[in-house]
Design a protein around this ligand. Structure first.
Ligand code: NAD
Length: 264
C-alpha cells in the first residue's frame, strides 16, 4: 500500500544495489521517499531495480555510481543528489565489505579498503549532508553498523574496528545535531542472508565438506540464538520507524536487530 510519510523527501542509500541496502531503499520508497541508489553491479540490472521501484511506489529514483572509498566520488554523488532532488533528507550509510583473516595474515590494502568503505565514507556523506539537513531542520542519518559494532569476532579485525568506529561516529553525530530536527542512529544486524553472508556460507560449506543448508544452520547455531536470519524487510521497518515522528527523540542509539546475538 502506498504511504506518504516521506513524500517529497529524498533518501540516499549507499550500497543499495543488493542486500540490506536494497531492502532499505524499498522500505523508504514505500513510504513515499524518492531514492538515490548507489553501489556496484550490472548496469542493466541496476536500471531494472531503479525503474521497478519508481513504478511500484510512484516515486522518483536515480542512480549514481560512486565508489565509497573515494572522497571525490562521494562528493560528486552528493552534488548529484542536490542537483536532482535539492539535497538528501534521509541518508543511509550502508555500503560495506568485509574480509576474514587473522591479524598477521590480513592484507594491509584490505584493511585500508574496509576502513574507507565501512567507516570513513560515513564521515564524508554526513559532513556533506548535514548543512542541508540543518537548514531544513529535518534529517535522518542511519548508519548500517553490525552486531560487530558491539561485540568482537576473531579474524574480522578491520570489520569489527570499522563497525565499532561507526557506532562511535553515530554518537558524536547525534550530539552535534542535538537541538535540531536531525537525528542519527546506527542499526546493528546479526546474520542477514545477503551476498555478503552467502560467501561465508559457501566458504564454510567448502571448508567443512557440508551442504549449503548445513552451513547456514551452523553459522546461525553458533551465534544467533533465534536460529533465523534477520531479513532486509525487518531492517527496513526499523529504518522507517527511525524516520517517523515517533523516532524524533531516538538519538545516538546503536540498535541491534540480531536474533539475540549480543545478548549472550
Ligand atoms: P551486500 O554485499 O549484499 O551489499 C553491499 C553493497 O555495498 C552492494 O550494493 C555493493 O555494491 C556496495 N558496495 C561495496 N563496496 C562499495 C564501494 N566501494 N562503493 C560503493 N558501494 C559499494 O552486503 P549486505 O549484507 O547487504 O551489507 C550491507 C551493510 O550491512 C554492510 O555495511 C554490512 O557490513 C552490514 N551488515 C550486514 C550483515 C549481514 O549479515 N549481511 C550483518 C551486519 C551488518
Amino acid at each position: 500500500m502506498k504511504s506518504s510519510m516521506l513524500s517529497g523527501k529524498t533518501a540516499l542509500v549507499t550500497g543499495s544495489t543488493s542486500g540490506i541496502g536494497l531492502g532499505m531503499a524499498r522500505s523508504l520508497a514505500q513510504e513515499g521517499a524518492n531514492i538515490v541508489f548507489n553501489g556496484f553491479g550490472d548496469a542493466q540490472h541496476i536500471e531494472k531495480l531503479r525503474t521497478e521501484l519508481a513504478h511500484e511506489f510512484g516515486v522518483q529514483t536515480a542512480y549514481h555510481n560512486a565508489d565509497m572509498s573515494k572522497p571525490a566520488e562521494i562528493e560528486a554523488m552528493m552534488q548529484f543528489a542536490s542537483d536532482k532532488f535539492g539535497g538528501v533528507d534521509v541518508l543511509v550509510n550502508n555500503a560495506g565489505i568485509q574480509h576474514v583473516a587473522t591479524i598477521e595474515d590480513f592484507p594491509v590494502e584490505k584493511w585500508d579498503a574496509i576502513i574507507a568503505i565501512n567507516l570513513t565514507s560515513a564521515f564524508h556523506t554526513a559532513r556533506l549532508a548535514l548543512p542541508g539537513m540543518k537548514q531544513k531542520n529535518w534529517g535522518r542519518i542511519i548508519n548500517l553498523a553490525s552486531v560487530h559494532g558491539l561485540v568482537g569476532s576473531a579474524q574480522k579485525s578491520a570489520y569489527v574496528a570499522a563497525k565499532h568506529g561507526l557506532v562511535g561516529f553515530t554518537k558524536v553525530t547525534a550530539l552535534e545535531t542535538a537541538g535540531t530536527g536531525v537525528t542519527c542512529n546506527a542499526i546493528c544486524p546479526g546474520w542477514v542472508l545477503t551476498p555478503l553472508v552467502q560467501k561465508q556460507v559457501d566458504d564454510r560449506a567448502a571448508r567443512d565438506g557440508i551442504s549449503n543448508e548445513e552451513a547456514k544452520k551452523a553459522l546461525l547455531s553458533e551465534k544467533q540464538p533465534s536460529g533465523e536470519f534477520v531479513t532486509p524487510e525487518e531492517l527496513g521497518a526499523l529504518a522507517v520507524f527511525l524516520c517517523s515522528p515517533a523516532g524524533n527523540q531516538v538519538r545516538g542509539v546503536a540498535w541491534n536487530m540480531d536474533g539475540g546475538w549480543a545478548a549472550q
